[in-house]
Design a protein. Structure first.
Length: 381
């Protein structure tokens, strides 16, 4: 007979919070890999699965037989190598910025940049749908924090009028949960009008736009800082903050997620370098991705009850307006052999629950037809 033990107060708290999630239908679990047709991952150009990239990484690593398996420490101690500094210069040149500083992930990049940049008495203004990493970075600063209505310049201007001290406006160039793009030039003009600085997270734009939307529009000389991540279209891992030499030196001294973490290992750096070399010549993959986006949008038959969000990116979302409906259609798609996931509240606002469809260069016409036919049948039943 097993002896039962009373839960401690902290265990009771944990149990109650998990029970709340389960009863509300928002409980999260991890799922292993599967053999379904990929409409879920951020591997927009297929680099993560690329045998060419894998071979190029192996060849690059073999060129440096003395490279360590691990970096052995933070970059301010034993973990810095010339290869990392050269890679930063190459990436900065590709995106047409003066300098860059590598971080271990996009989360670390936003956390380190925003938490160190703004001080007490300064202001950070975030788009209301900005990624959680930017929200957390802003929270860790001592700055005044505001959010403005999604992609709404009028709402942004109202917040800019309230700003004090040094002001930083933070947006994404392609939003991860909606797939839409902000009026970038209009927002940039507003920030300049009020003497604020614009920071753009390009995580989901690089690939669709080879060097990102900021560079595509020729605005890199006016955008204070750019965050580029390598775990989406680049098929690798890590991130870089791009800006001036002065910003780079500042982050080396004050960004805690850079200063107090073990540096990326050589293999990861080699993977990023080879991914950029592949991106230089990825014209065919980018064209296939754009063609697949057009094909999907032409074939999908949404309606007012279940609308398709306005997006020209690889991220396409059909709004089901409830966790139950979102789960239902995701299960139908998965049983049809398609890896499409439901995005539930509270990850997105209640009433905007959806399926999030990620399109890729490697998806075939047959894949897309099966996808759209299955969705069309469900929403028009």
């Amino acid at each position: 007979m097993h002896k039962s033990f009373a839960l401690t107060p902290s265990q009771t708290y944990l149990k109650n919070k998990l029970d709340e999630r389960q009863s509300s239908g928002t409980y999260r679990t991890l799922k292993p890999e599967n053999d379904l047709i990929d409409f879920c991952s951020n591997d927009y150009l297929g680099f993560a699965r690329s045998s060419v990239l894998k071979q190029n990484i192996e060849t690059e690593v073999q060129k440096y037989p003395s490279a360590s398996n691990g970096s052995t420490g933070s970059r301010l101690l034993s973990g810095n190598i010339t290869y990392a500094e050269d890679l930063e210069k190459e990436i900065a040149a590709f995106h047409q910025y003066e300098a860059g500083l590598l971080f271990n992930s996009g989360y670390d990049a936003n956390l380190g940049l925003l938490s160190s940049l703004a001080q007490r008495g300064d202001t950070i203004i975030l788009d209301e749908l900005i990624h959680a990493s930017a929200i957390d970075g802003a929270r860790l600063s001592y700055a005044n924090r505001y959010s403005f209505s999604h992609n709404d310049p009028d709402s942004l201007e109202a917040k800019l009028k309230q700003a004090k001290g040094n002001c930083y406006v933070v947006i994404e160039s392609v939003y991860s949960m909606d797939g839409d793009t902000p009026p970038l030039l209009e927002i940039l003009n507003l920030t300049e009008k009020y003497g604020a600085h614009l920071i753009v997270d390009e995580a989901h734009a690089v690939g669709l736009y080879p060097s990102g939307l900021v560079n595509e529009l020729g605005l890199q000389n006016r955008v204070f800082a750019l965050v580029v991540t390598f775990g989406k279209a680049m098929g690798s891992h890590g991130a870089i903050v791009l800006g001036s030499n002065m910003l780079r030196e500042y982050l080396i001294n004050f960004a805690r997620s850079f200063v107090y973490t073990t540096a990326s290992p050589f293999h990861q750096l080699a993977a990023v370098k080879m991914a950029y070399q592949l991106l230089y010549n990825a014209g065919q993959e980018i064209t296939r991705l754009k063609n697949n986006i057009d094909l999907f949008k032409n074939q999908i038959q949404t309606n007012d009850a279940f609308p398709l969000l306005n997006s020209n990116s690889a991220i396409q979302c059909v709004v089901l307006k409830s966790n139950h409906k979102a789960r239902e259609i995701a299960n139908i798609l998965q049983h049809a052999g398609l890896d499409v996931r439901a995005i539930l509240s509270p990850t997105v606002a209640a009433g905007t629950e959806r399926i999030r469809i990620c399109l890729h260069a490697f998806n075939t016409t047959n894949d897309l037809t099966l996808l759209t036919d299955t969705i069309n049948k469900f929403i028009n039943a």
